[in-house]
Design a protein around this ligand. Structure first.
Ligand code: MF3
Ligand code: CO
Ligand code: CO
Length: 249
């Protein structure tokens, strides 16, 4: 395992990539409403990233056919934009990378469209909070397992299950670098965090069982029991005394 350490200059370049990722999410948010197709959302994101000098680096990544992943309800991650319309009562996860300055940024959000049941509202709220529980662990000298454990403990406390097959990751000039950042695990285990490491933390939590499977499109991951799933992600740098969220405002 080789964990890249980024210089302050590189982290500033990554922050710029992360900021464009953030702005693209905001642009998508403005356009999300019942009736819009996932393909239309993909085009809005694609054009916005290009217009601002970035590269929608999901496009063509291992053959992925779109610029962003859109995963609805029981879809966990890697949903492919198509002619499906967003409708009232859906939860819609939007996840994508933006490449700028030669560096990647990766962030995901889950939106509630119109009104949903209290338990689905809680699923989304608690998945976002689980991300922040993980982020708050980040500082030099702490192990990846502390992040994993904070996410898992919070998820379990709210009776949500943790997807284990997909994990967070290091990020830099490549979308996926070492180390893995699982959303379950034990404190004080795994790689040690050091100043200058950059990781993507991304809890995927389900209302039902943790098990997932892949659709025949060879991309979309869905829950086996068809229960709804939520996903939030930020790209986070380890700083001298803690962390900096690179995909925030
Ligand atoms: N953004 C995803 C992640 O969090 C990766 C998407 S790969 C793609 O790691 F090819 F589906 F875009
Ligand atoms: Co992502
Ligand atoms: Co990621």
């Amino acid at each position: 395992m080789l964990i890249n350490i980024k210089s302050e200059r590189e982290i500033e370049l990554m922050r710029q990539a992360g900021h464009l990722n953030y702005l693209t999410h905001e642009e998508i948010k403005k356009n999300l409403r019942p009736g819009i197709t996932t393909k239309q959302i993909d085009k809005i994101a694609h054009d916005y990233i290009i217009k601002n000098g970035g590269i929608p680096s999901c496009l063509g990544f291992e053959g992925f056919p779109a610029s962003i992943c859109i995963s609805i309800n029981d879809e966990v991650v890697h949903g492919i934009p198509k002619n499906r319309k967003i409708k009232n009562g859906d939860i819609v996860s939007i996840d994508f990378t933006v490449r700028l300055n030669g560096y990647e940024s990766d962030s995901a959000r889950t939106y509630i469209i119109g009104s949903v049941s209290q338990e689905i509202e809680d699923l989304v709220k608690h998945t976002e909070e689980a991300l922040y529980k993980g982020i708050k662990e980040v500082r030099p000298g702490v192990r990846i397992g502390n992040i994993s454990n904070a996410i898992e403990t919070y998820a379990k406390a709210h009776h949500l299950s943790v997807v284990e097959e997909l994990v967070g990751h290091g990020i830099g000039t490549n979308m996926h670098e070492d180390p893995d950042v699982p959303n379950y695990g034990k404190k004080a285990q795994g790689p040690l965090l050091k100043e200058g490491m950059v990781i993507a933390i991304e809890p995927m939590l389900n209302l039902g069982k943790r098990n997932v499977c892949m659709l025949e499109d060879n991309w979309t991951i869905v829950t086996e029991d068809s229960s709804p799933s939520a996903h939030f992600e930020h790209t986070v740098a380890v700083t001298k005394d803690g962390y900096k969220i690179l995909t925030g405002e």
